[in-house]
Design a protein around this ligand. Structure first.
Ligand code: HAM
Length: 411
């Protein structure tokens, strides 16, 4: 037993976990590419000030912050959006608008570690900066659905609940609730259906019954109806449901907000986002409208694993060399080098071993083929090729072009 354990809420990624993560990230990147989003990245450590007030109390309570050796107050990033607002604000002049940027940062939140919520996670962030119209919301929703479809998740399995903070702002203004109480109201509305009604009622006061009714009767707004029209043109309407009960915890959202969930409600939120038209002004010093979403790796990984999706795929270019006699090791290493130059994945036995053991190792490693290198390589440029699934072995001549293997022919 090892003396040390990882900190609570932090993960070790063993090779199979890393391989899964790589497949997920590749899928995210591919969806972003299909929608014309460009990658960006930023520092994992930021000035503490970046998160104070702008993100809202909840996330500030969860900050991993400390004073560094230069006496600066710093924090590990709990989310990417403030960094993006800072970066885009500083660099936007060099780019045509709208900016469509994506990133997959590792984020840190001192949360109570539980299923679906850890103290570090990776989050796919896709944001559009410089577009005020609802066309941007529709495009982002379509991008999220594109990723779900690529994961094999259909509208029967996941849905995106869409709401509008404008609706609630107008509502609170009509009921003469002062601006400085709006954030607390949003927090309370966000809890409808999640916390017991009595608890939420206490926070909503006299408006409680009316708010419950609006959410439960499936209220909507003209802007949300317009958005529904736009998403229909993308053919993703089955994934979308208006739900005014979604308000989102983060303080900076100003307009349409949305959250993705599994339909059965077995897991926590898969993704969340919305419009934050004032954040660039507050953080980045330029007044640009913006919106985006973040999808964490933790919940989606739980869902995909439960459904057996995104599993490992056999690599037809994975070969394992067999060296029956150490006298041919140099020849085998030459073959390995030619194969690797040709893009093959090649395992080589690193020390002398019985041939049976070497074949077992090839099987255990999941190689597609074993390649037996003996004296025939030096004399005839041929090797033995064994298909590890069918166990058929044939003699083949490797086709070598410009120092790399490009294929083989049976002899
Ligand atoms: P968020 O709702 O705080 O939004 O996080 C987005 C997603 O990240 C969540 O739905 C969840 O999947 C995942 N997530 C968040 N916290 C954790 C955690 N502790 N452990 C595991 N997964 C987690 C934001 O962070 C916004 N900045 C997203 C955004 C981008 N809005 C606009 N642009």
């Amino acid at each position: 037993m090892s003396t040390f354990q990882s900190l609570s809420g932090f993960r070790d990624f063993l090779p199979e976990d890393c391989a899964f993560r790589d497949r997920l990230f590749a899928l995210w990147r591919e969806s972003a590419r299909r929608f014309g989003f460009d990658p960006y990245d930023g520092p994992p450590l930021e000035p503490l000030e970046l998160y104070k007030k702008k993100s809202g109390e909840e996330i500030v309570k969860q900050l991993y912050n400390f004073i560094d050796k230069g006496n600066r107050e710093v924090a590990l990033r709990p989310e990417m959006t403030p960094t993006l607002a800072r970066m885009a604000g500083a660099a936007q002049r060099a780019y045509k608008k709208p900016l469509k940027w994506f990133s997959i940062p590792q984020l840190f939140r001192y949360e109570r570690a539980q299923r679906g919520r850890l103290r570090e996670h990776f989050q796919w962030n896709c944001d559009i900066i410089g577009e005020p119209g609802l066309g941007a919301e529709a495009e982002l929703l379509a991008l999220m659905v594109d990723a779900f479809r690529a994961m094999g998740l259909g509208a029967a399995e996941v849905e995106i609940r869409v709401s509008d903070r404008h609706f609630w702002k107008d509502y609170l203004a009509r009921h003469s609730v002062p601006e400085d109480r709006h954030y607390d109201f949003f927090q309370a509305i966000d809890k409808v259906g999640r916390d017991p009604d009595e608890v939420v009622r206490g926070k909503l006061g006299a408006l409680a019954d009316d708010v419950f009714r609006i959410i439960r009767e499936g209220g909507s707004s003209p802007r949300l109806e317009e958005l529904l029209g736009l998403v229909a043109a993308y053919g993703i309407q089955d994934f979308i449901r208006i739900d005014l009960g979604i308000v989102r915890g983060l303080a900076y959202y100003t307009g349409v907000v949305f959250e993705a969930h599994d339909r059965k409600g077995e897991f926590r939120a898969i993704a969340g986002g919305g419009r934050y038209d004032d954040l660039l002004k507050n953080i980045g010093g330029v007044d640009l409208p913006a919106l985006g979403f973040g999808m964490g790796d933790v919940v989606i990984t739980e869902i995909l694993k439960a459904k057996g999706r995104l599993g490992p795929e056999p690599d037809p270019r994975h070969v394992h060399l067999i060296i029956p006699d150490e006298a041919h090791r140099a020849a085998a290493l030459e073959v390995a080098t030619l194969l690797r130059a040709g893009g093959y994945r090649v395992d080589v036995p690193l020390a002398a071993a019985k041939v049976g053991r070497q074949f077992e190792a090839a099987q255990d490693r999941g190689a597609h083929h074993a390649i037996v290198v003996d004296g025939a390589w030096s004399t005839q440029r041929t090797v033995g090729l064994k298909d590890l699934a069918t166990r058929a072995q044939v003699s083949v001549r490797l086709r070598v072009e410009e120092g790399r293997v490009t294929g083989w022919e049976q002899v």
